[in-house]
Design a protein. Structure first.
Ligand SMILES: Nc1ncnc2c1ncn2[C@@H]1O[C@H](COP(=O)(O)OP(=O)(O)OP(=O)(O)O)[C@@H](O)[C@H]1O
Length: 227
């Protein structure tokens, strides 16, 4: 049996529970990602895909249900252990790059490695290698404001991959780019994902991009179904 890198079972989430403003977003999400599989998460706006990705990436907690990442049941772990798994095993990419503006591209890719215990030399070497891989060696010393949208997003990919995670979670990673740039940047992302054997859950509204992934799932009415 193939290794399951992410397992979600019975995930529920309601914002403002018990209040008039309660929003029941997830009503029992089940999803398993085997090693190396790239899955498109297609969902209408407001259906809870960011909420689901944040729960899967241990950035938010479910009301009930189980999140298992690389064999570790997050619900049974201390906050500190959850943070360690998040740093070491999960890469997260947002629609907007969320790079730290006062740091260079190189530093943005080094920081998660330093937080994960890497030495400065090793973090720098790995960051330069990743930036080279996405064609940005010449931009290593640039700050985010000095980069194009597509370049900044490629730096964000490098940052997400810096610690060699097993799981990549992406929330419309090319949603903010024009179609040609989106296509090119998505191609780079897929190449790296394939090379490293990562499992990925990539939310997108773009059916063409979804069709380039191994599997498509839909989030609708609070549950995930095969697309
Ligand atoms: N902190 C919060 N408090 C209350 N309601 C929230 C909160 N965060 C999200 N919601 C609501 O939960 C629902 C799902 O939000 P979420 O951001 O997960 O959707 P989404 O599918 O990612 O949407 P989009 O594609 O528009 O980004 C929305 O109706 C939203 O208004």
């Amino acid at each position: 049996m193939s290794e399951i890198v992410l397992s979600l079972s019975g995930i529920t989430k309601t914002y403002n529970p018990g209040k008039p403003a309660a929003v029941e977003v997830l009503r029992g999400v089940n999803l398993e990602l085997p090693r190396g599989q790239v899955v498109a998460l297609v969902a209408p706006s407001g259906s809870g895909k960011s909420t689901l990705l944040h729960i899967a990436g241990l950035l938010d907690e479910a009301e009930s249900g189980q999140v298992v990442i690389a064999g570790q049941d997050a619900g049974r772990l201390s906050d500190r252990a959850r943070t360690e798994i998040r740093r070491a095993e999960v890469g997260f990419i947002y629609q907007f790059h969320h790079l730290l503006p006062e740091f260079t591209a190189l530093e943005n890719v080094m920081l998660p490695q330093l937080a994960n215990g890497a030495s400065g030399g090793a973090a720098k070497a790995r960051a330069l290698e990743l930036l080279g891989r996405v064609g940005l060696s010449a931009r290593a010393g640039h700050r985010p404001a000095q980069l194009s949208g597509g370049e900044a997003q490629r730096v964000a990919f490098c940052r997400a991959l810096a610690n060699g995670p097993k799981l990549l979670l992406a929330d419309e990673p090319t949603g903010n780019l024009d179609p040609a740039t989106s296509d090119q940047v998505f191609g780079v992302l897929m190449e790296i994902v394939r090379e490293t054997g990562l499992s990925a859950l990539i939310a997108t509204h773009n059916f063409e991009l979804a069709a380039r992934m191994d599997r498509v799932v839909k989030l609708e009415n609070g549950v995930v179904t095969e697309g």
